[in-house]
Design a protein. Structure first.
Length: 489
């Protein structure tokens, strides 16, 4: 029985230290080497002189990793002490490209050296380095020719566009998870993934037909390996913050420019611009320090004739905008049994997600609201401050939008695949695939009665509740001929 615990360092606000160093190869400085702090988003790229500098590092112990295509990656432990310089130099060794790697190309596999189609691979180890909640975020910046646009909203799937392809106005690629066809899906736990293959051109994705017009993302989940039973725990907790805010005027500055504008126009100056006593930073009002935590426990093992993997995960992300968040519970069971010429296997994934997203346009209204309006105003029936004759603006109170209105999405999903494979004479094999995807989805939208905008009373409250259950089935019969002709070189 083996027990593995993996943790990652935390990143806090106010970090001012840095890690510097020089990277060389064969006695000469090496440029374009990516240096990262494992388990964080901090990193740098070495210059022509081989030097790099990673800034904004909290005191603590980190694993620093240096990697570049054509060279063997290296990692070393570095301790950062407040007020003291931290240095990590690397001497990279030249490494030949891996051409014997096996790549999944739809229904078949090929050696990397023989792949002529546009295929990119991301391993599960690379995904594990990213502290993200969805697989789209984990792919961000890792696959050339793939454009990933993220909103930063917890639990919201990023938009993926492969090589700019967009069929009938929809750019979403086809997802194939353990053989089951899906759309973009935030229910998939990144910790369950063994590898991701991105099929980017028509030649690579042709076997899937018209549904693969925007490309294909093939996901293979982890399975048990031959050997003793293994228990693996991966857990991390981190904070998230807005890196840069829009610089806005305070109440004194706004009052000064407002008085000048109204005077120049020959209009009476609003009373709110005369000696203001309220100074509201609307960005402070809607932003907060977010947090993300993820905990995964996996039990696996195998013999020469059977293997299994059981895993459970919990992800909780608190958004940097108030009231927003995402929570996911997941469970996975993968197994395989081999008897002589027969192989049987299954992959089962259960998940429950709960997302609360933005309502309205609070980020825009945070810039439209004037600083002389309070967030909360007991003189208004709604209890929230908004524009008036004294403080003219038609922006909605963004805090009220987020607190009084609610967009909530819940999903219970089952993704299950099973297969039976038989080795036949004459280098033939037959495989039967069976899959099911069931998703019980509920979307609730609530708009309260509170007035949040100048001269825009809200006479009624509105509740919209949408429930849908969808089921898709997959039946496949595959006959494969596998032979080697000539020397095979």
């Amino acid at each position: 029985m083996a027990l593995t615990a993996v943790h990652s360092p935390l990143r806090a606000q106010g970090a001012v230290e840095r890690i510097t160093g020089t990277i060389s190869a064969q006695g000469a400085p090496l440029s374009d080497v990516r240096v990262t702090l494992v388990g964080t988003t901090l990193g740098a790229v070495s210059g022509t002189d081989g030097r790099y500098s990673i800034v904004g590092v909290n005191p603590g112990t980190y694993s620093v990793r240096a990697q570049r295509i054509g060279y063997a990656p290296q990692a070393r432990s570095v301790t950062v002490v407040a007020g003291q310089p931290a240095t990590a130099d690397f001497q990279l060794e030249v490494a030949a490209a891996t051409l014997s790697e096996i790549v999944s190309i739809g229904y078949t596999t090929q050696r990397r050296a023989t792949v002529s189609d546009a295929v990119a691979t991301v391993s599960g180890a690379e995904i594990a380095d990213q502290k993200v909640a969805t697989i789209e975020d984990a792919l961000h910046g890792r696959v050339p020719g793939v454009q990933i646009t993220t909103s930063g909203e917890p639990g919201r799937a990023a938009q993926i566009m492969i090589r700019g392809q967009s069929f009938l106005g929809n750019a979403t690629p086809l997802y194939v998870v353990d053989g089951m066809y899906l759309g973009e899906n935030t229910n998939i736990n990144p910790a369950d993934i063994e590898s991701i293959e991105v099929l980017k051109d028509a030649a690579a994705s042709a076997q899937y037909g018209a549904q693969a017009a925007n490309g294909v993302i093939v996901i293979r989940t982890k399975r048990g390996l031959q050997g003793p039973n293994r228990i693996e725990l991966r857990s991390y907790y981190g904070i998230q913050d807005i890196a840069k805010r829009v610089e806005m005027m305070n109440s004194t500055q706004w009052a000064e420019i407002t008085r000048q504008a109204y005077t120049n126009a020959g209009l009476p100056v609003p009373s709110g611009a005369v000696n203001p006593t309220i100074n509201t930073d609307w960005q402070d009002a809607i932003f907060r320090t977010g947090a993300i935590q993820d905990h995964n426990l996996q039990v696996s093992g195998g013999t020469p004739t059977a293997s299994y993997l059981l895993g459970g995960g919990f992800t909780d992300q608190t958004g940097t905008v108030i009231t927003t968040g995402f929570r996911r519970y997941s469970f996975r069971a993968n197994s395989e049994l081999r008897r002589s010429r027969l192989t049987f296997g299954e992959a089962l994934a259960l998940s429950h997600t709960n997302q609360r997203s933005l309502n309205g346009f609070p980020l825009v209204d945070a810039l439209r609201m004037v600083p002389t309006i309070p967030v909360y105003d007991a003189n208004n029936p709604s209890g929230y401050g908004y524009g008036s004759d004294a403080n003219p603006t038609f922006g909605s109170n963004p805090v009220g939008l987020l607190e009084q209105n609610e967009n909530r999405y819940q999903s219970n999903q089952v993704i299950a695949t099973g297969y039976a494979q038989a080795s036949l004479p004459w280098n033939l094999s037959y495989r039967f695939n069976l899959g099911v995807n069931y998703n019980d989805f509920n979307a609730t939208n609530w708009n309260g009665i509170a007035q949040l905008r100048y001269r825009s009373p809200n006479p009624v409250a509105r509740l919209t509740d949408r429930r849908e259950g969808t089921t898709s089935l997959l039946f496949e019969n595959l006959l494969t001929y596998n032979n080697q002709f000539g020397s095979g070189d």
